[in-house]
Design a protein around this ligand. Sequence first.
Ligand code: ADP
Length: 599
Amino acid sequence: MHSNEKKKKTGFARLLELSGRKKRKLIAACMLAVLSSAARMVPFFTIYGIVAMLISAHLDVRSVPQDRIMFLAAVTLVAVLIYGVCAYLSSALVHTAAYDIIFELRIKLMEKLAKIPSGFFSGTTQGAIKKIVSDDTEQIEVFVAHHICDIAAAVAMPVFTLLYLFIMDWRLALVTLVPIVISLCLLGVCLAKPDKAALQVEMHDAQEAMHGTIVEYIHGMSVIKVFNRTLQAFERYERDLNGFVNAVTKTAKANKKPMGAYYAFFGAQLMFLVPASLLIIPTAKSYIDFLPVVFLFFLVGGGLKEPLEDMMTMVISTGSITEGIKRIDHILYQEEIGEEGQGNPREYDVTFENVTFSYTEGTNAVENVSFHLPQGTITGLVGPSGGGKSTIAQLLLRFYETKAGSIRIGGVDIKEIPPSRLTGIVSYVFQDSFLFHDTVENNIRMGDKKSSKEKVIQAAKNAGIHDVIMALPKGYDTVIGEKNAYLSGGEKQRIAIARVFLKDTPIVILDEATAYADAENEAKIQAAFAGLAKNKTVLIIAHRLKTVEKANRILVMNKGELVGADTHEKLLTECAMYKDMVSANERRDKWTIKTGGVA
Ligand code: ADP
């Protein structure tokens, strides 16, 4: 573990490590980029040669060596062609490499997200994850596709060009370097600022917060509409947008002077070359010899600027990219729920022994809870909202690790059971069933990818949803959410029940829905639940006590503690909380609206 920690690269080294996954393509692309840059510089020198010949023949226009001029013109044309072809091939190669890299990285991130404990997701908003998987990986594409080759070209070309310029006239070559050196110093000042990294962190944080609220805003759109709230009323959204604007403005303000001066000097070769040339002219052997050299420096001074500028742009953006990579690695280096366990239960009773768990330090969502669910029985789990019912279910699925105590299936601690095996033993019908934008058949098949169509149909029949599916425009091939193929909440839940029928696990957790309580749907869902529960260890999180009155046992949770565990009849006499809940339920079932108020 320790040696692994040591090997972890960060910053620019990590950026190259991630980019190095397509080494061969990238090396080929860089070589082509160097070649294209070399070819791009050739016209500067051939034009210089032509100008020099024209000037030296100024006294007799007929003495112009036309064949040599034509030769240089042909070289120019060939160089332009080589430049075009090499630049095209380099760009094509580097872009395919870049997209391959982000494709693999995104797959790796998605696979990782599936393996890390769900607790990670409660601390990280969906928007932040979206930003990391989508935007931060995109920055790597930008780096690979647009900067790696620039570095190769930017290092190789100025070196050769400067050497040539020094041979032509070392004084003007030095003058050409002056604005570049000044701007590099200014850039250094900007990059060395102690708060630079902090500003990048602030900007990424603000961006993640903004993405988070955008996702939340979209999810909450219906609520906003129902309550006729305006954008301004969605305060957090507005605040996070402003937070991002402020972070960007702060970074821009912190850099505006050195960066402004940097850009001004970087392109200011002529500002130095013109007066320097005027000063040097008196020392030149002849005006005719010197003029083409000055002309060459004027031309090449600008050409030198471009590759160096590309490199500087890359250096400037490295801060943001490395911060993005840090966040990508924050996901990639998360500890996974290990697959190393060897546990393979043969029995399917469930035991919670002194289980304690907390989402946040200091408050336990579940405290010292012990109970036993015998195989082949139905147990109800009731209690006021926030009592810890869903947490119990999620602990059994090992979405989170317990803080203390143990959870066992057939006597085997769930920490010893590899997660892939655990999901084959326990299934969970969520209250708010999630359906993917895919066909009904594939949505049911999530329960068991290899199932035949016949089995899918049988599962749908068992869940009482087959007729509804057949009434859809394309039956089982209907894509949910497309062309008016919508399902009600209760119908969605029955699709989720069909998934569990197909999966056919020995332990089932059902989260009974209250939201879809129209009489017809309710009866169908109850019938599906009853079918599903046969011969299995079943835990039903019940919001309406009537659902579990006949269960073998009912567990009553309140404020994270188990305050009762018995049959309905016994709890009525022995558990005050249960008795209160039953009376409250009865009152709720009886209430009607009368003129003058609620009775
Ligand atoms: P129930 O299902 O009985 O309504 P829960 O198990 O959802 O109760 O919640 C138990 C407690 O844990 C509550 O105080 C709730 O606020 C808290 N809680 C639930 N989920 C989270 C979470 N993801 N992060 C932090 N606290 C949570």
